[in-house]
Design a protein around this ligand. Structure first.
Ligand SMILES: [Fe+2]
Ligand SMILES: [Fe+2]
Length: 470
């Protein structure tokens, strides 16, 4: 186990002190990061004491320490999972050869682009969520939001370390650019569309952490397979932190469902207008939010048929999540049955990897829905939450711009236009959800639209004062 040196300005387990040039470059970037945090991070809570976990080792058990921290004092650092001895490339044409400790010249720009694209999403999500603290449904939730925010900040550090350590001047310039683009900015937006969508209510936050952080999980898992070993080790450790973000999404949405069912029981109705009048989220409204964020996140996997994904796999840059679960790791002779608007065709498997990943992602997304539906069923209601078809509301790939309903059926443009606001949140839906977002900051108390969590953080009671506001 490599322990982390907290005596240093930048906590790390990469022996930063032995590389003075790199250390100086990162120490030069550090104040720029802190300035970005001050300007673009959570608004108005920088003096609050937040009960946060901080990574203190990369050991599987006991890697984190908990305690009250003011966010600007958080120890953002550089942590890589321990190296696997004699690690070999696990897929692609160079399978079985030793993993790379340096960037091969011919893959330099592609690897840099993969790292920058991943890196860009991390600060983007902090920017998207920066106003949410003001409308938190509880101190418990407020703490979870800030935990996610500081960890996305650390994920930015993880990518910036790779850029600085392995990509020379280009890498340093990219690191500056990661702080210069901003979510939703008309001149310099973030790279991927989903990360420019505003997240101005907590229902969206829970959907985002359920669907979009889960896309992050799949991206990190595929990069964790990379032949470029420092990238693999970086991503493996990021996944440890990422799990909590999806936990927040899944339990957050569970608590919304639970509360809605309580209100339905109390009122003896499933009439959406009465449920709304009582200050809760009716299930059809929740379905619209799921449709919106799921379809938006599906675009993040890229085009159905992609020569980039084929090259990235063949060259060993990016594998499939959990590559070892497959039998064939070269994929030169298999095909995939791809459904596109022009029919079904057999596509070389290498060119279909985005779709392969999207399908396994959707299976993972199903798990939460099954759980929520069981609760709904047990409460005696016929309503079921579903995932939209991967053809619905796509902006990228074969189905981009196609008039398709959430069940995946192609319909006329008119019908699509007429029904769209039955499927995704309308202005009126959004303003209703906003009206629910009243902040609750008494320890242990919850807003009326969400049930309390089953347990607190790190064995503390739910009533614990997770954030001390100053
Ligand atoms: Fe992240
Ligand atoms: Fe995340």
């Amino acid at each position: 186990m490599s322990s982390i040196n907290y005596a240093e300005k930048i906590p790390n387990n990469v022996n930063l002190a032995t590389d003075r040039t790199l250390q100086r470059a990162l120490e030069h970037w550090q104040p720029h990061f802190l300035q970005w945090w001050g300007e673009m991070g959570p608004t108005d809570f920088q003096k609050a004491d937040v009960y946060l976990r901080t990574a203190v080792s990369v050991d599987a058990d006991g890697w984190a320490q908990y305690g009250a921290v003011k966010m600007p004092d958080y120890r953002w650092g550089i942590f890589l999972a321990d190296p696997a001895a004699n690690r070999a490339i696990g897929f692609g044409d160079a399978m079985g050869k030793p993993a790379w400790q340096q960037v091969p010249g011919e893959y330099r720009s592609t690897l840099r682009r993969l790292i920058v694209t991943q890196g860009d999403t991390e600060p983007a999500s902090v920017e998207q969520q920066r106003l949410l603290g003001h409308s938190c449904p509880s101190l418990y939730d407020l703490r979870n939001l800030f935990q996610i925010n500081v960890e996305e900040g650390r994920h930015l550090w993880a990518m910036v370390y790779l850029l600085h350590a392995y990509f020379g001047r280009d890498g340093r310039e990219e690191a500056e650019e990661l702080l210069a683009r901003h979510s939703g900015d008309s001149d310099k937006p973030r790279i991927l569309t989903t990360f420019n969508e505003p997240i101005s209510d907590w229902l969206s936050l829970f959907c985002f952490t359920y669907f979009t952080d889960r896309d992050g999980k799949y991206q990190l898992k595929s990069l964790a397979e990379s032949a470029f070993d420092p990238l693999s080790r970086t991503c493996r450790f990021m996944l440890t932190e990422e799990a909590h973000h999806m936990f927040v999404g899944e339990t957050g949405l569970s608590r919304v469902v639970k509360r809605t069912l309580e209100v339905m029981k109390e009122l003896g109705t499933d009439d959406p207008s009465r449920i709304r009048a009582h200050g809760a989220v009716d299930l059809p409204l929740l379905q619209k939010y799921l449709n919106f964020w799921c379809s938006s996140s599906l675009d993040l996997f890229g085009s159905e048929i992609s020569s980039n994904s084929a090259a990235n796999f063949a060259n060993g840059l990016k594998g499939r999540p959990d590559e070892s679960q497959y039998d064939d790791h070269v994929l030169r002779s298999s095909t995939f049955k791809m459904h596109t608007p022009s029919g079904t065709e057999d596509v070389p498997m290498l060119n279909a990897l985005n779709e392969v990943m999207r399908e396994s992602y959707l299976k993972d997304c199903e798990i939460g829905l099954k759980r929520w539906n069981r609760t709904i069923e047990r409460a005696g209601h016929a309503f079921r939450l579903t995932l939209p078809s991967s053809r619905f509301r796509r902006s990228i790939g074969a189905w981009a711009g196609q008039p398709v309903n959430p069940e995946g059926k192609t319909i006329s443009k008119e019908e699509h236009e007429k029904n769209l606001w039955q499927w995704i949140p309308s202005e009126a839906d959004r303003s209703f959800v906003h009206s629910l977002m009243q902040r609750v900051i008494e320890p242990g108390k919850m807003a009326g639209w969400i049930a309390p969590p089953e347990r607190g953080i790190n064995n503390l009671p739910v009533e614990h004062q997770y954030v001390k506001l100053q």
